[in-house]
Design a protein around this ligand. Structure first.
Ligand code: GLN
Length: 313
């Protein structure tokens, strides 16, 4: 691929536009998630991207303002809440090692007797849903309020149809919660846990909203205190470490190799990545690769760090 033009003083708008042109050949590669029937209805031929720097610069292209199902990106918000509530005790319930397996894998969970490898695979996120259910007065309202507070945006909401559609077909996640319950690692009723987990995944946000909200994680020097949930700057840095090692399931190594930033993906086709103390970037395109990560999204981020000649490495 020809080298893209980018000036020393970064013109992010121009850069994103150049990136979009360069990745157009991949526009038809991959397949949107269809195991959640509501997600199969989304037009796959969409792309959005938005970047926010911690200095207040911003650039956005294409469908950067279209909301989509953030799915597993929501696991970053649940981790922030669980860490705020439990501190290091959280790690008694869930590990922090990369899994090297698919996001919905059961195998490791059986071998490791119900302690999920990390909070970003489904089993780990289901344990976090259980922790939140046990510790929040109004889990659904409190979770949404937290996300709205970090985003500074009260219009963000769940999409109940997506959550219900996932429940009706969520056999693997049902198997995961049953296995967890069998091992005694779930305190609440499994139907309640699943419902809450699917609700969290169903939140809808745009690339512009996601990249803005993730500035809270990109800038660990800023006070993290939203809707009564606080994190120290060390905790925020450590969340980035977990995004780096676990944010892309069995593609975390490949993402680190190609992009070199901590991040988190979701099967709605969204990816958010962070360059600590520099910027937060969100990209969305529904067609996924076999590992469940957006094809154009990964390409776009790979070009971003290649063209800016900057990553965390
Ligand atoms: N709700 C989805 C699931 O549990 C989230 C998966 C994802 O985005 N990787 O399967």
């Amino acid at each position: 691929m020809d080298s893209l033009k980018c000036s020393w003083v970064m013109d992010y708008q121009q850069l994103l536009e150049n990136i979009y042109q360069a990745i157009l050949p991949y526009a038809k590669e991959g397949k949107q998630a269809d195991y959640i029937p509501e997600l199969a209805k989304v037009n796959p031929d969409q792309f959005g991207m938005c970047i926010h720097t911690i200095y207040g610069e911003t650039a956005a292209i294409e469908q950067a303002d279209t909301r989509f199902s953030i799915q597993s990106i929501a696991k970053v918000f649940s981790l922030a809440m669980c860490l705020s509530i439990k501190g290091d005790d959280l790690w008694k319930r869930v590990g922090k090692e990369p899994s090297g397996t698919a996001f919905n894998s059961l195998i490791q969970l059986e071998v490791e007797k119900g302690i999920p490898r990390n909070p970003f695979i489904n089993s780990g996120a289901i344990v976090m849903a259980d922790i939140l259910l046990s510790n929040l007065a109004n889990p659904e309202a409190d979770f949404l309020n937290f996300v709205r507070a970090v985003a500074g945006n009260d219009t963000i909401d769940y999409n109940k149809e997506v959550a219900i559609s996932e429940r009706e077909n969520g056999y693997l996640n049902a198997a995961i919660v049953n296995l967890l319950k069998y091992h005694g690692t779930i305190e609440n009723d499994i139907e309640e846990v699943l419902h809450f987990y699917f609700m969290m995944c169903s939140i809808e946000m745009s690339c512009r909203e996601l990249s803005l909200v993730f500035l809270a994680f990109a800038n660990h020097r800023r006070k993290f205190d939203y809707a009564g949930f606080t994190l120290t700057s060390s905790q925020v840095k450590r969340m980035n470490a977990i995004m780096q090692t676990c944010g892309f399931y069995d593609e975390a190594g490949e993402f680190a190799y190609l992009v070199g930033l901590p991040g988190k993906s979701g099967v709605g086709g969204g990816i958010v990545a962070i360059y600590p103390l520099q910027y937060s970037v969100a990209v969305w395109s529904p067609r996924l690769n076999p590992k469940g990560n957006s094809v154009m999204g990964i390409k776009a981020l790979e070009l971003l760090t290649t063209e800016t000649k900057e990553s965390i490495f």
